[in-house]
Design a protein around this ligand. Structure first.
Ligand code: THG
Length: 367
């Protein structure tokens, strides 16, 4: 592929100077911002992520901030997950749906206070939908994108690296909880979360000016840990069943089709704009759903378009993400499959750009 033209619309991040100095080899665009996709090779990055510790520029996970007396009410309008039991200091993975129950985003919600929330968004312009609801309902809430850029520290050695920079108390953070930790006299939100199954943290870097100082502090503190720059890894995230909005699902899918029914409490999520639509689909259950798919063989071409899944000459679904897994010794993929063919073990044919190949439905790759 040709180079991508830099411009003001394609935003750099507070960490891009560090990413470039670390030899980034590829980018994608996410929320109109640069997101690294590979440093050494996708396979080398994968191995290093599973054995060591990486620092990821995930500033493209932009925050939509809600601030004001109606913040909690607006949050509940956005999602079918019941937020009443959520306390300040907690993060929730939440489906966000429109009035038809269609997925608009699948962010992490961060409850800073009853009247102050961050929505750490996936790749869609959620800010406009949230602003529209706030204005249309005349809510007493400010909706904006603050100067907050997540930096993820992921991998088995993440505790060791983070405790050197933020102190031993970070070790005590529980999954999807956050605390406030000092760096250069600034108090930052640090959460036990991140877009990998290897464990780690996300630092919500408030103020672009401390981006590079923090980046450099992490690399200096982690020299003997073999810390390296990394990024969400295609192979590892498919193995782990982490969905990618815009790739694996979009507005045409309900949370139930995405396998996100466990994050919906549609009965009690009073005020959710998609509630009536979702009550109907939750009643019947979805007729197609996301499935893990195994692709036997030694290599997988880039999945840059949907690959039809065929049962004979009938189309019964599609694959939306795929990669070769060194650890599993086969291709791993995420697909959407009709209920007639979604049972584990079902053998289908995937039509890739390089031709047809066998595709086997799995319960899941992960535990
Ligand atoms: N962290 C933050 N913001 C984000 C992401 C993130 N915004 C964009 C994108 N990632 C949103 N999508 C996801 C998808 C999966 C998860 C988080 C965000 C995730 N899922 C866990 C799982 O499925 O195992 C845990 C979910 C749970 O049990 O609550 O972490 O990564 N800040």
């Amino acid at each position: 592929m040709a180079l991508i033209a830099p411009s003001r619309r394609l935003r750099r991040t507070p960490f891009t100077d560090g990413v470039e100095a670390s030899g980034v080899k590829g980018y994608t665009v996410y929320n109109h911002m640069l997101l690294p996709t590979v440093f050494r090779s996708v396979e080398q990055d994968y191995r290093h992520l599973k054995e060591k510790v990486q620092v990821w520029d995930v500033a493209c996970e932009r925050q939509v901030e809600l601030r004001g007396p109606d913040a909690a009410r607006l949050m509940q309008m956005l999602t079918p997950r019941d937020l009443r039991g959520m306390l300040p200091g907690q993060c929730f993975y939440i489906p966000i749906v429109d009035e038809t129950g269609g997925m608009l985003n699948d962010p992490v919600a961060v409850k800073l206070a009853e009247d102050r929330w961050w929505i750490s968004i996936a790749d869609s312009d959620l800010l406009f939908w949230v602003k529209g609801l706030a204005y249309g309902w005349r809510l007493d809430v400010l909706v904006d994108e603050p100067d907050v850029s997540p930096l993820a520290v992921q991998g088995p050695l993440a505790n060791d690296l983070m405790s050197r920079v933020f102190g031993d108390d970070v070790r005590d953070l529980r999954f999807f909880r956050f605390g406030w930790f000092e760096f250069e006299g600034r108090s930052l939100v640090v959460a036990r979360s991140g877009y990998s199954k290897q464990g780690g943290f996300e630092i919500y870097v408030e103020g672009s000016d401390i981006g590079m100082p923090l980046w450099n502090a992490l690399f200096e503190a982690g020299q003997d840990l073999d810390v390296y720059a990394g990024c969400p890894n295609l192979i590892e995230r498919i193995e782990g069943g982490l969905l990618s909005y815009g790739n694996d699902m979009d507005r045409r899918n309900t949370p139930h089709e995405c396998g996100l029914g466990r994050f919906c409490n549609t009965q009690t999520a009073i005020g959710c704009v998609g509630r009536d639509a979702l009550l109907r689909v939750a009643q019947e259950g979805p007729v197609r759903q996301i499935r893990a798919i195994e692709l036997p063989g030694d290599s997988v071409p880039p999945c840059d378009r949907l690959w039809p899944l065929m049962a004979g000459d009938v189309k019964v679904g599609h694959i939306s993400s795929a990669a070769h897994s060194p650890d599993f010794g086969c291709g791993v993929a995420i697909g959407m499959v009709r209920m007639t063919h979604w049972d584990a073990g079902t053998e289908l044919t995937a039509i890739t750009q390089d031709g047809p190949r066998m595709a086997r439905v799995h319960e899941r790759f992960w535990k």
